[in-house]
Structures are given as C-alpha cells and as structure tokens.
Design a protein around this ligand. Structure first.
Ligand SMILES: [Zn+2]
Length: 286
C-alpha cells in the first residue's frame, strides 16, 4: 500500500481552452492552486471501461444511516453516468463507475495483491499530508508514475470535520451527495476546476448542494474518456480477485513503503467557513 510519500495536494493538468476550467490530475505532484491546472506531467486515467467502488459499511457518520450512505453513493455514481458528451447523439463517456457489494476493507493500494476502490467514513482524521484538517473528504488516487494508468482510488469522508454530513444538505451541514459526486470526479481522474459552479470546484459550503456535473465537468470527463473507446468493462474481475485474497485486504492500514513506479495523489474537498458563508446565498435546491 502506498500512501507514503510524496504526493499531496491535488494534481492537475492543463486547461484545454479559455472557455473551460476543468483540470485533469497528472503524474506531476500536487495541485498547489486548486484554480489552476498543472502544466507538467501526463494526465492520469483508468485504462478500462469501468471501475468498481465498494462501500465500507462498518463506519457511519452521525445522522447518516447505512441506507442513506448507499443512496448517496449510488446517486453520485449515477450523476456522472448520465452525462452526454454530445448534445445531438447523447453519446456517453466511455467509462463508468460500478458499485459492488459492501466489504469491510481498509483504504490503500496493495502492489502485489487484490485492490478495491473503497468508499468509507473515517471517524479519525490524522491531519497528515493525506488528511488535511479542513478537508471534508479526500480521494487518494494511485497510478503508475510512467503510464499514468490509475491503479486504485479510495474515498474517505471526514466524520470529525468542521461541519457534519447530512443526507439532505441542510443548513450548517455538508451535503454528502455533493461531496461524494466531487470525490468520484477525482476517482475518475479529474482534478479541481476553476469554475465555481462545477462539481469539481474545490470547496463545498454549508448547506450547498452541487450534485450535478455542469457543462465544465462534463467536458472534463468526456475529455478523459471520449465516447467510442474500444475498452472492456468487467467489474466482476475485481470482485473475483478480491475473493481470492480478501483476508489480506482487510487486515490493516497500508505500509508506508511506496512501490517503485507508483505514485499516490490526494485530492481533497475542502470546507472553509468564509467560503461556506458565501455559498449560503447561492444555495440551490437540488
Ligand atoms: Zn477535490
């Protein structure tokens, strides 16, 4: 597992045009400025037609039931799944997220074993390089440092964050579906966007609901996975691999050693009080 070293903040890529603000995570280190794309490194992406997520059901946030956690994750997956890359043909991106059965798995990347993209609440938050204290959630994306092929992406929701999660996005809470949709953008290789209305904007204010990818988000995901790629989607392969080595997957947190050729980058959704207040006035109903 790897989570060690280097990479920390978010990574980005180059903005494709002045009209678009999305960024892609790249093989360069982090994204020091969440409103600017990096100009170095290769963009990262999954090489397949899908990847799967697994909910860890053993930790919940106060006020969020397991059924609501499931619903939020499913809605957030669906929000990305229904986008159209072409207004006329309605062609979809050639990539999708698939939810597999729950499993009590720890986050991290195992170089020589089965992996799973874990979605989990965390009741402790280390305040380390991967877990900034002001983050509502993070997604750690692990990829080959030369190929840019994403190998693993785990999403952690900060239960002890500044504002409690809610299912309905009520006042003074963090809307779980808004944050989950944002984090799953990172899972797919997107970095932060400079478009404040985008799902991939880097903050989520109190009570703010931003659950639907906007035109900038759609342009981003369609750039990463354009329609028509000849790729296979077989999430069950991951499940079979997990069954073969499942015991070891649940054992413990990852070691601090980072396998050669593999880099992890953390992408965080930050909740900041000042920005939160600004967003209150712009709050949307859904
Ligand atoms: Zn983020």
């Amino acid at each position: 597992m790897t989570r060690s070293a280097l990479a920390l903040a978010l990574a980005l890529a180059v903005s494709p045009s002045s009209a678009l603000a999305y960024c892609r995570t790249t093989t360069s280190a982090a994204q020091p400025d969440p409103t600017r794309c990096p100009t170095v490194g290769e963009p990262v992406a999954w090489a397949t037609g899908c990847t799967s997520l697994r909910i860890n059901p053993t930790v919940l946030a106060p006020g969020i039931s397991l059924a609501q956690f499931h619903s939020a994750v499913e809605d957030s997956i669906q929000a990305w799944k229904v986008v159209a890359c072409n207004a006329t043909t309605r062609a979809a991106p050639s990539f999708e997220l698939v939810l597999l059965p729950d499993a009590d798995l720890d986050v991290g990347y195992e170089q020589n074993g089965a992996n799973s993209n874990v979605v989990t609440f965390r009741a402790t938050w280390e305040n380390d390089a991967y877990h900034p204290s002001n983050a509502a959630a993070i997604t750690v994306v692990t990829f080959g440092s030369r190929t840019g092929a994403i190998l693993d992406a785990d999403t952690e929701f900060n239960v002890v964050g500044r504002y409690p999660f809610s299912y309905d996005g009520g006042p003074a809470t963090t809307d779980l579906r808004t944050v989950a949709t944002h984090e799953f953008g990172h899972t797919q290789g997107l970095a932060h966007s400079a478009d404040r209305a985008a799902v991939m904007w880097y903050t989520a204010g109190q009570g703010e609901r931003r659950r639907t990818p906007n035109a900038d988000d759609v342009a981003g995901i369609c750039a990463v996975y354009p329609p028509g790629r000849a790729v296979r989607c077989d999430p069950e392969l991951r499940e079979q691999a997990l069954e073969g080595g499942g015991a070891t997957c649940t054992a413990s947190r990852p070691s601090t050693r980072r396998p050669a050729g593999v880099v992890s980058v953390v992408a965080a959704a930050v909740v900041a009080a000042a920005i939160a207040r600004r967003f209150v006035a712009r709050r949307r109903t859904s």
